[in-house]
Ligand binder design. Structure first.
Ligand code: ATP
Length: 314
């Protein structure tokens, strides 16, 4: 076994670390006009929901950084260095002068390319797992900095709960929130987030796009844990673009509303659709009706907010 830094012999290091990390839904996604750098300013109200990936980090031989994946969506996950979990390991190792020697296994239960930040979740989880495995002892501030480098949604995957993201979504303010129940309808196929933003730009070309702002009514409903009030305030500025690229999603939204959902919206850049329901019983009813409608591939029920990336006993 190697004794190089970054192996389990380092002080404070562990032999194997598993981190559980939730998916997210955007209860508000307000999108500003494209900036000169091509990004968009956002007001992004995130809610972490109880669909989880698990990332396990184990020591690897010097020079080895490998990724494996299991679960229903495993065949859609890249296993090369483009995987956000691998990139997280590389960034942490580089900052600490280590070689990123690690094997990362992703047990994937968050739909891939579904607008639920599954890749971001794995990036945050791998970062926490490698930090514990290597004993690097990164501060919360450093972990958040690396998350922001990895992608706009990654910092939220680390912190979880409910939060307002501004800038590209990476500047986070924690929000008070009661518990809400959801049904998610998984679509056939995925949508690329950059493609949805490009479609947003195309659809809004020539019209003034207001600066994105969090809705006070939505924040109040979230804090009160009032699903009826929240239902009236949910908004996703990317929804017209997602529907333009995937018109079949309109029938899914209608099917969930017809079955008793309080509100329906495209989750993030889609194509997963999210249905707010008053309680777990209605969630089961809406999920059954959506599956029977034939307008989606599968459904999942979940609640949120839940905590962000958390080490779990193995
Ligand atoms: P977001 O909601 O943050 O826009 P998403 O949920 O729509 O993201 P992801 O599941 O994160 O989408 O996947 C987007 C793409 O990222 C995938 O098609 C895949 O090529 C790539 N990717 C990189 N790392 C991962 C990972 N660990 N899990 C899933 N996809 C990954």
């Amino acid at each position: 076994m190697s004794t190089a830094p970054g192996t389990p012999e380092a002080p404070g290091a562990a032999r194997q670390v598993t981190v559980r990390v939730p998916a997210k839904v955007n209860v508000q996604l307000a999108v500003g006009a494209a900036r000169p750098d091509g990004f968009h300013d956002l007001a992004n109200v995130f809610l972490a929901v109880s669909l989880y990936d698990r990332v396990t980090a184990t020591p690897a031989a010097p020079g080895e950084l490998t990724v494996t994946c299991s679960g229903p969506y495993a065949d859609q996950v890249p296993l090369d260095r483009g995987n956000l979990a691998a990139r997280a390991a590389e960034l942490l190792a580089a900052r600490h002068g280590l070689s990123p020697d690690v094997h990362l296994h992703i047990d994937k239960d968050i739909p891939v390319a579904g607008g639920m930040a599954g890749g971001s979740a794995d990036g945050a989880a791998a970062l926490l797992a490698c930090d514990a495995l290597w004993g690097t002892g990164a501060s919360r501030e450093e972990l958040l900095e690396i998350c922001a480098e990895l992608g706009s949604d990654v910092p939220f995957s680390l912190v979880g709960g409910a939060a307002l993201g501004t800038g590209r979504g990476e500047h986070l303010t924690a929000l008070p929130a009661g518990t809400f129940h959801w049904v998610f309808a998984l679509a056939h196929g995925g949508l690329s987030t950059p493609a949805v933003f490009r479609e947003f730009d195309r659809l809004t070309e020539g019209t003034p796009v207001p600066a994105p702002e969090a809705s006070p009514a939505l924040l109040a409903a979230l804090a009160a844990g009032d699903p009826e009030a929240l239902a009236g305030t949910l908004v996703n500025d990317l929804q017209p673009a997602a529907l333009s690229l995937a018109p079949g999603l309109a029938a899914t939204l209608d099917a969930g509303l017809g079955a008793g959902a309080l509100a329906a919206l495209v989750s993030g850049s889609g194509p997963t659709t999210a249905f707010l329901v008053p309680d777990p019983e209605t969630a089961a009813k809406v999920a059954d009706a959506l599956e029977a409608s034939g307008t989606c591939r599968a459904t999942r029920t979940a609640h949120g907010p839940v905590p962000g990336a958390t080490p779990v006993p193995t």
